[in-house]
Design a protein around this ligand. Structure first.
Ligand code: FAD
Length: 471
């Protein structure tokens, strides 16, 4: 008899697990309470990138004369049309997913799932409660926006990232609270659309995450300034008030930065006015009502599901993948997919561990950032004697042809052996360019291997070659 696998949540983690389990011959049920595609397709990766593509198109048209193109007029963002394009992209991909489920004979069940035991899942829907007997269960319920009491989102003046993606106007003055990946991406998009943008970040740099090299944060800060995006680092928002149709946010020195490291500018209280505020301050696990405690699935101190190296929870036969594992792992769509394949292998009794160390990240700011492996700071903290050759985009012929001069390729390599430890790219198409470094890292390549690889000319990918040759 085929193994019965129930997957809860149809985001990239869940649908990848379902497809992989079906490919291996399991009888698969995929349960989803909202839309197919999860956060990624409906409120994350894809809608943000659709908006970014509109922002890029607007910027390209604004620069038309620089490329010798006349008659571009006065282009502007038509937000209802931008949103309609975004919705069409999402719809197309959603219907593709529905077809893929049907082709692979994955049974889709709509409703809210609750884990009763390792062998039983209950699904509540307007039609009643359905029971799914299962041999294995994979929890892929993802995450939702974190709401701070000091920043109550009202859907009108103070918006979550979900709501920001549906905003049908360009606010004249926009305050983005949180200078992480989501905040920075939205800041650059809305700046391109025409908003005056200020980003407030509690730490001392933009993108203050360990996987982002400090040099990339510095470059992004410079580029933000060039575009007129203001930043208030080392500050947090103590509260907001709505006054005469605008928001007033009270900024205070950040409690996350030690007093002696706070810049003088961040020590003074400051009130900022805006027409709209985006709250992009973090995520919380989607575990409410999932029945974890009753079924015996352990969570960590902050409520994210705890798993072992094979992604099995404290309840044997129940696995968890994706965002619901929290920030101690990697909260990205492609990591959820990689975990999905490992969890399914584990369901079939095979040992497979996700390769977190070689997971690339793409940040869709302007310029983009792509990174994989260790940052210079991480390599040094591990005691590695490393070298970090760099090449600027302006040293590449293709960057000049494209008019994309801002950016850098930075490699982190072991001095003695040349083994690649990490790669960090900021610049046009960095999120695509990082794929070569991810493969090199996955395969344990050296910088000499990169230098010995013929790269097509003229391409931006030559930056990898040139940086490797500098080693
Ligand atoms: P999700 O995609 O969150 O899917 C979980 C699904 O489970 C949801 O559909 C939910 O409705 C469902 N569910 C929850 N509870 C239940 C229940 N009890 N019963 C049934 N169904 C349930 N990542 C990238 O890699 N690249 C990007 O460019 C990128 N951009 C992003 C931009 C934004 C604004 C945001 C918010 C995130 C972005 N991410 C990006 C992160 C990415 O979206 C997530 O890492 C990814 O969606 C996680 O996938 P998942 O399958 O674990 O969970």
């Amino acid at each position: 008899m085929a193994l019965r696998i129930t997957v809860i949540g149809a985001g990239p983690g869940g649908y990848t697990a379902a497809f992989e389990a079906a490919r291996r011959g399991a009888e698969v049920t995929l349960v989803e309470v909202r839309e197919l595609g999860g956060t990624c397709l409906n409120r994350g990766c894809i809608p943000t990138k659709a908006l970014k593509s509109s922002a890029d198109a607007l910027e390209a048209v604004k620069r038309a004369a620089e490329f010798g193109i006349a008659g571009a007029g006065a282009p502007a963002a038509d937000m209802p049309a931008v949103l309609a394009r975004k919705a069409k992209v999402v719809e197309t991909l959603q219907s593709g997913l529905a077809k893929a489920c049907a082709q692979r004979k994955v049974k889709l069940v709509e409703g809210r799932a609750r884990l009763v035991s390792a062998s039983l899942v209950q699904v509540a829907s307007p039609g009643g409660v359905q029971e799914l007997a299962s041999d294995r269960v994979i929890l892929a319920t993802g995450s939702s926006v974190l709401r701070l009491p000091s920043l109550p989102c009202d859907g009108k003046y103070v918006l979550t990232s979900d709501e920001a993606l549906a905003l049908d106007r360009v606010p004249a003055r926009l305050l983005v609270v949180g200078g992480g990946v989501v905040g920075c991406e939205l800041a650059f998009v809305f700046r391109a659309f025409g908003s005056q943008v200020t980003v407030v970040e509690g730490l001392d740099r933009l993108l203050p995450v360990p996987s982002i090299d400090q040099d990339m944060s510095k470059l992004l800060l410079r580029e933000a300034k060039k575009r007129g995006i203001k930043t208030e680092l080392c500050r947090t928002v103590a509260g907001v008030r709505i006054e005469e149709g605008r928001v007033v946010a009270d900024l205070v020195p950040s409690p996350f930065v030690p007093e002696d490291r706070l810049p003088a500018s961040a020590k003074k209280p400051l009130s900022l006015e805006a027409d709209c505020v985006f709250s992009t301050v973090g995520r919380v696990p989607n575990t409410e009502g999932l029945g974890l405690a009753e079924a015996g699935v352990a969570v960590d101190a902050r409520g994210w599901i705890a798993v072992n190296e094979s992604l099995e929870t404290s309840l044997p036969g129940v696995y968890a993948i994706g965002d619901v594992l929290g920030p101690s792992r990697i909260m990205l769509a492609h990591m959820a997919e990689a975990e999905a394949r490992c969890a399914v292998a584990a369901c079939f009794g095979e040992a497979a561990e996700p390769e977190y160390a070689v997971c690339p990240s793409g940040i869709f700011t302007s310029p983009e950032i792509g990174c994989v492996g260790l940052t210079e700071e991480q390599a040094k903290a591990k005691g590695c004697d490393c070298v970090c050759p760099q090449i600027l985009f302006r040293e590449l012929g293709k960057a000049h042809a494209m008019g994309e001069l801002a950016g850098v390729f930075k490699l982190v390599a072991d001095r003695a052996t040349g083994r690649l430890l990490g790669a960090h790219i900021a610049g046009a198409h960095a999120t695509d360019l990082i794929a070569e470094a991810a493969l090199a890292l996955h395969k344990g390549c050296t910088v000499q291997d990169l230098a010995a690889t013929i790269h097509a000319h003229p391409t931006l990918a030559e930056g990898m070659l040139e940086a490797a040759l500098k080693f």
